[in-house]
Design a protein around this ligand. Structure first.
Ligand SMILES: O=c1[nH]c(=O)c2nc[nH]c2[nH]1
Ligand SMILES: [Zn+2]
Length: 490
């Protein structure tokens, strides 16, 4: 589609805020040649379609009319995952974090010293993640520069929007998987940044304003976590970050009790785990903090003050028995939150699984909260189950905010990128059993009920859907994945 104009007509789900989205059964949406949304009209009755197209000066353009049971939503944003851990998915789940790193994770990541292995593996990893509907991904690579360059190249070739980082880790790691020194770690990080900045990128200019947008693939500073970095290394990374305010930063925080205890022993001069990052210049508006399960009150305040974002990784938090992150509380405090798959602490590459587990995590918090006779006030999330609009928000706009990308992705607005999924819940998608009745309802023209039907389809897609239902994946208007892209029956 890139290079031409494409117009879609049919149901669109458009996130608006933490507690609202627009369900638009008859939306007309135009994607321009640069892959940005050129315009959208929220409700066009079928008999007014041609007239509306004429008003927009698009009388000769082809229109992609969605079939019954198809709808478009913004692409998913995975704010935290580890590309070199994908071959480990589903193994070693008996451990908690620190043992899991030593016994399962570091040995796998060490294999990425071999660039042929990296080339083969990353090709499959990125393809799989795109086909799960992830249009923007924050990737941890291994500590190896050559393999992480390969990861960035593959992401770039396959057309995903992503931040790619090389792990910094120069202490408390096995002898065959550790960086020689702070200075070699910093040198390799700078080399990766340079490499990614030099990847060719099509200019994505806003037609009306002429604004030049950021390239799809960008580097991200990636201190693995405080335990694996000396103060010297963290300071060096902070200095690197200070040179470029657009450079994103990602790391782990406060995932597991033993990890927190060890971190405090290593940095006794710091007031808290969050303060370790802050002291070294690594806590700012484009920092992505994964997990945040056991934050202290003062850390929440500091994170809010610095406007850093949290990647909620519920699958991993359950799987490694780390705990349940108080996401509703973060939202009430105004802290930015998105979702992360955190492979292979998490065992699924799909943000759909993260959505399901975020819902269950919030139900656990709700069940553990004191009973109340009054319903929670609207817009307050601390002690209640996260509703559907909030789950959608976390997977899209919330993630975009965490990545400092909300002006580009996360929802459909004129001038934003068309990063989108065409979802298909028709029976031929292959997980029928649930959908048939609703589709008949739509077929039967449930006059006035179309929005409710669309709400129902979204909910069931979130809780029972999978990549069989993700027919097409678009990034910046370009078709990059999905079931139909793989040439299977659509
Ligand atoms: O879930 C996690 N996965 C990791 O690879 C990791 N490294 C440090 N802390 C971590 N937590
Ligand atoms: Zn992680």
């Amino acid at each position: 589609m890139s290079g031409t104009t494409t117009i879609f007509y049919g149901p669109v789900i458009n996130p608006k805020s933490l507690d609202a989205y627009a369900a638009l059964p008859r939306c007309l949406l135009c994607v321009g040649p640069t892959g940005n949304v050129e315009w959208l009209v929220e409700d066009v009755k079928a008999h007014l379609l041609q007239e509306t197209l004429a008003q927009k000066g698009c009388i000769d353009e082809d229109v992609v009319e969605l079939k019954m049971g198809e709808f478009i939503i913004p692409g998913f944003i995975d704010t935290h995952t580890h590309a070199p851990q994908v071959p480990n998915i589903g193994s070693g789940q008996q451990y908690e974090l620190l043992d899991w790193l030593d016994k399962v994770t570091f040995p796998m990541e060490a294999k990425f010293a071999n660039t042929e292995f990296a080339q083969r593996t990353y090709q499959n990893v990125v393809r799989r993640i795109i086909d799960c509907g992830t249009t923007t991904c924050c990737y941890y690579g291994s500590l190896h520069l050559p393999s992480t360059k390969i990861l960035a190249n593959i992401v770039h070739t396959l057309g995903q929007r992503a931040f790619v980082g090389k792990c910094n880790m120069n202490r408390n790691c096995p002898s065959d998987y550790i960086e020689d020194s702070a200075s070699s770690s910093l040198t390799d990080t700078s080399a990766l940044i340079k490499h990614i900045h030099e990847l060719p990128s099509a200019p994505t200019v806003h037609a009306a304003t002429g604004t030049q947008h950021e390239p799809l693939v960008q580097p991200i500073i990636t201190p693995r976590f405080a335990i694996s970095c000396t103060g010297e290394l963290l300071s060096g990374l902070g200095e690197l970050a200070a040179q470029d305010p657009h450079l994103r930063i990602q790391t782990h925080i406060s995932e597991n009790h033993d990890e927190i205890k060890f971190t405090k022993e290593l940095f006794p001069e710091c007031e808290s785990y969050a303060d370790v990052y802050d002291t070294h210049g690594l806590l700012r508006g484009n920092t992505v903090l994964a997990h945040a399960v056991h934050l202290e009150e003062s850390e929440c305040k500091l994170i809010k003050k610095r406007d850093a974002g949290i990647s909620h990784c519920p699958t991993s938090n359950f799987n490694l028995r780390s705990g349940v992150a108080p996401v509703g509380k973060f939202l009430d405090l105004g802290i930015k939150v998105g979702l992360g798959t955190d492979i292979s602490g998490g065992f699924s590459p799909s943000i759909l699984t993260a959505i399901q587990h975020a819902s269950i995590a919030s139900k656990i918090v709700a069940m553990q909260s004191p009973p109340s006779s009054k319903p929670p006030p609207p817009g307050k999330y601390a002690s209640r189950q996260l509703p559907l609009p909030t789950l959608l928000y976390l997977a899209t706009l919330g993630g975009a905010r965490v990545c400092a990308l909300e002006s580009r992705v996360g929802s459909f607005e004129e001038g934003k990128a068309f990063d989108a999924l065409l979802v298909n819940v028709r029976s031929e998608a292959g997980n029928i059993g649930l959908w048939g009745a609703d589709l008949q309802d739509i077929d039967g023209g449930k006059e006035g009920k179309e929005k409710e039907v669309l709400d129902g389809l979204l909910e069931r897609f979130f809780f029972t859907g999978d990549d069989r239902n993700i027919s097409r994946v678009y990034v910046q208007g370009r078709l990059v994945g999905g079931k139909s892209f793989r040439g299977r029956v659509d």
